[in-house]
Design a protein. Structure first.
Length: 575
């Protein structure tokens, strides 16, 4: 867009609105502009809209440089008038700046194209000079991975000057890269365009072409259904990762194998370090107690159906589960994923904070992009309070990194429209900032405390069924076990079962029994005693803030129940 009327070289004479609009859309493109950039679609502005508006400085945030280049070319070609006159240039640290041999040619042939600059500052100067001398020949300059150049003051100033003068001719500088530490001088000038990971349709087309090309290597002809199934499995990968995985499937299995795609997809997700696929699957039947939570899940599961969407129900945002450690929060995450029939991704917040400035925030964005691409999914954020520890003093301790990371994370959790069920756990409730557990980021806030008598009996049965699936019902006295384990958590009961089995096995390999379990409980220093003050504070915090998973009130430890339990243990031991 030419903002200034240069017909008479008077910079103070501004074009009329009608002239600006005509210059912007250019006759044959006017209808396309009206059609594509409507009020309803303003939330998803495409690159060609930025080009029509002559945005001089764009950052395409992605690690897929080649896909970004193809997208830029596709969007430029939509502007028929512009694409015929524009000169295409690409700068890389390895090759310098090369410009296409003729206007309208959107490719770089390094054998025939000319090299016009060796460094990024000179590359920007080329556009600057072009504005002054070649007013009818705009340039689109793509610069790859120039984060290091952003630390050079001369480059920052040259980029700022070039962006300003680029508006006069309709030139564009497009920065492509996964990480860009934008200096304060440029924050208001750079427009960020996030390139999403490929969707199912992209992979279906790509995989279909590959299956056709290598059909002689396949033991059976690939069907459309198989290609679509593999495409769905590949969602969450980059284009190159997807193509590599199907190539591996064809070469190693001689067929289109979803398992190969899944394994390669997991490797791709592991490489970003903060996300992990969880394979261990447990059902809600293995989760003792939690009756109110299970009933709540049953109501929310219907929201995953097309009928629920038509009814107007939204995909549930997820839950924050806080409370006493060892009461099944992690087990509930796996069981929730199994019940919903969705994959489970575990997000490790501890690995987010990297050494390079700006890298932590970039890691959060990459995680978000991957989770949205894999969706629908259950995203498990364990001990989320550790990620927010120190956020209040972040400005003086870590240059604000913790605060920025938490702000990025919380904003994304609230604003994302993808079907992601957030399952966050918290042990140290006192360190959680209020903005973490306010409504809108989670559908419900749950609290969990030590199981009561009914729940303990169920937990004992579950733990013993795992090790003695045939005899667990009649081999043990559950009423006795409930009495001798007051205020014990599910994790502590599991350890007691293991300790009892070790003791019995050492005693000539005999079968363990109720007495062994009671003695194991007696020898264990339970956390309701060793960490009584901290746990009592957790119970007090939950009273006013959460809904309990078993529907019972949160009370301090029942000392009478504890006393009766220890009396039972002493009788068993003969003390």
């Amino acid at each position: 867009m030419q903002f200034l009327n240069r017909s008479n070289d008077k910079d103070d004479e501004v074009e009329s609105p009608e002239e600006v609009l005509e210059d912007l859309v250019g006759g044959e493109e006017e209808e396309a502009c009206k059609e594509e950039v409507s009020c309803e679609e303003i939330g998803e502005i495409t690159l060609d809209a930025y080009f029509r508006a002559s945005y001089p400085l764009l950052w395409v945030r992605t690690e897929e440089d080649q896909r970004a280049i193809e997208l830029i070319r596709t969007n430029i070609k939509r502007l028929t008038k512009t694409s015929k006159s524009i000169s295409w240039g690409e700068y890389k640290h390895t090759t310098g700046l090369h410009v296409s041999s003729s206007p309208g040619d959107l490719t770089i042939d390094y054998n025939s194209s000319k090299k016009v600059a060796d460094n990024p500052i000179a590359a920007l100067q080329y556009i600057h000079d072009n504005v002054k001398t070649k007013k009818d020949n705009p340039v689109l300059l793509v610069m790859h991975n120039i984060n290091s150049a952003m630390k050079v003051p001369q480059f920052v100033q040259q980029l700022k000057d070039t962006a300003y003068y680029s508006r006069l001719l309709g030139c564009h500088v497009i920065l492509v890269g996964a990480v860009l530490d934008i200096p304060p001088e440029l924050k208001s000038m750079i427009t960020v365009y996030d390139l999403p990971l490929p969707n199912k349709e992209f992979f279906s087309e790509s995989f279909g072409k590959l299956a056709k090309k290598y059909k002689k290597m396949l033991t059976r002809k690939a069907t459309t259904e198989e290609v679509d199934r593999l495409a769905q499995a590949a969602v969450g990968m980059t284009a190159l990762q997807g193509e590599n995985s199907i190539a591996l499937s064809i070469s190693a299995k001689k067929r289109l194998d979803t398992e190969v795609i899944q394994l390669e997809k997991e490797q791709a997700i592991k490489r970003n370090e903060v996300l992990e696929f969880i394979h261990r699957r447990e059902s809600l039947d293995e989760l003792g107690g939690w009756y109110q939570y299970k009933e709540w899940l049953e109501e929310r599961k219907c929201a995953l159906t097309p009928e629920a969407v038509a009814y107007g129900l939204r995909f549930p945002k997820g839950v924050l589960v806080s409370g006493v450690p060892g009461c099944g929060k992690s087990l509930a995450a796996r069981a929730t994923s199994t019940y919903f029939g969705l994959p489970l991704l575990k997000f490790d917040m501890g690995k987010v904070f990297q050494s390079l400035v700006g890298q932590s925030e970039a890691t959060i964005r990459l995680m978000a992009k991957t989770a949205e691409a894999v969706a629908p999914v259950v995203l498990w954020i364990e001990e989320i309070e550790k990620s927010s520890a120190g956020s209040q003093s972040s400005g003086s301790t870590d240059s604000g990194t913790t605060a920025r990371v938490m702000a990025t994370m919380l904003t994304w959790m609230q604003e994302t429209t993808k079907p992601i069920f957030f399952y966050a756990t918290c042990n140290n409730v006192e360190s959680m900032p209020p903005e973490l557990y306010r409504r809108g980021r989670f559908t419900e806030i749950w609290g969990v405390a030590e199981p009561d008598e009914v729940e303990r009996k169920e937990i004992w049965e579950i733990k013993l069924r795992r090790v003695r699936p045939v005899t667990y019902k009649e081999a043990f006295d559950y009423e006795e076990l409930v009495k001798v384990s007051p205020m014990y958590t599910g994790a502590e009961i599991e350890v007691a079962v293991e300790n009892a089995m070790f003791s019995a096995f050492k005693d000539k390999g005999r079968e363990f029994e109720t007495r062994d379990l009671a003695i194991a409980i007696n020898e264990m220093k339970a956390q309701h005693i060793t960490s009584k003050k901290a746990i009592d504070r957790t119970r007090e915090w939950m009273k006013e803030r959460v809904r309990m998973v078993n529907g019972s009130a949160v009370l301090s430890a029942d000392q009478k129940e504890v006393k009766d339990g220890w009396d039972e243990i002493r009788e068993i031991k003969g003390d």
